[in-house]
Design a protein around this ligand. Structure first.
Ligand code: DX5
Ligand code: ZN
Length: 219
């Protein structure tokens, strides 16, 4: 089955001193979404950026801001990220304490709601929240850092989630270690959104971004 593939470059691998320019560069290089990794140094062992950066970057792109919250507890920050201009907010299944409530809160803020599953988290945690979801983000590395290797066991989870989704309008995204070499297998397993940090930004040579994005897309 052929699906429209969306590429969501993760700005975690961008040059943080030039983030606005980097976002404009991936936007014009063919990015479909802009993936923003928010880390709190508590839920994951790294600290990155907050809602103020989402707000500052918003005028630099017309592409949807795909905001991945690796923070716990997440609820008290949802409004800040919605107001900052997030088009979708993804929380981790464990970031609760009440996933169903968090998902309702995101949609009530007028933003698309996503859940991310760590490599060890089974897809079954989503069984009773499927109708509250716009996006499922399968982590194919342990969250916290860019540049790690893709964990192959997640291909099975992707395939199972594609079955669970059925004909619901839910995007199935994969994040971590995705590159031009494995992207086709990830798509074949059932993903329709590919997040990629190092495979897009490489050494931050923006003349290569369009070719890097095309290569992941399989063009
Ligand atoms: C990891 C982040 C990813 C990361 C992906 O915690 O959620 O979005 O930036 O980077 P690569 O593509 O380099 O694995
Ligand atoms: Zn991410």
């Amino acid at each position: 089955m052929s699906r429209q593939i969306q590429i969501s470059p993760s700005i975690l691998s961008a040059d943080f001193a030039r983030l606005g320019e980097e976002v404009r560069a991936i936007d014009s290089a063919g990015a479909d979404w802009i993936h923003v990794d928010v880390m709190d140094g508590h839920y994951v062992p790294n600290i990155s950026i907050g809602a103020g950066v989402v707000k500052a970057l918003k005028p630099h792109t017309s592409k949807p801001m795909d905001v991945h919250l690796m923070i716990a507890p997440c609820d008290r920050y949802l409004e800040d990220f919605a107001k900052a201009g997030s088009d979708m907010i993804t929380v981790h299944a464990e970031a609760g304490p009440h996933l169903d409530r968090s998902l309702q809160a995101i949609r009530d803020l007028g933003v698309k709601a996503g859940v991310s599953l760590n490599p060890s988290t089974p897809e079954t945690v989503l069984e009773y929240v499927m109708d509250r979801l716009d996006l499922i983000l399968v982590m194919s590395v342990n969250p916290g850092f860019g540049g790690q290797s893709f964990i192959e066991s997640q291909l099975t989870k992707i395939a199972r989630l594609r079955e669970m989704i059925g004909d619901r309008p839910i995007d199935l995204s994969v994040d971590g270690g995705v590159n031009a070499q494995n992207a086709a297998r990830v798509v074949e397993a059932g993903a329709n959104v590919l997040v990629a940090g190092s495979a897009v930004f490489g050494n931050n040579d923006e003349s290569l971004y369009a070719a890097n994005i095309s290569a992941i897309r399989g063009e």
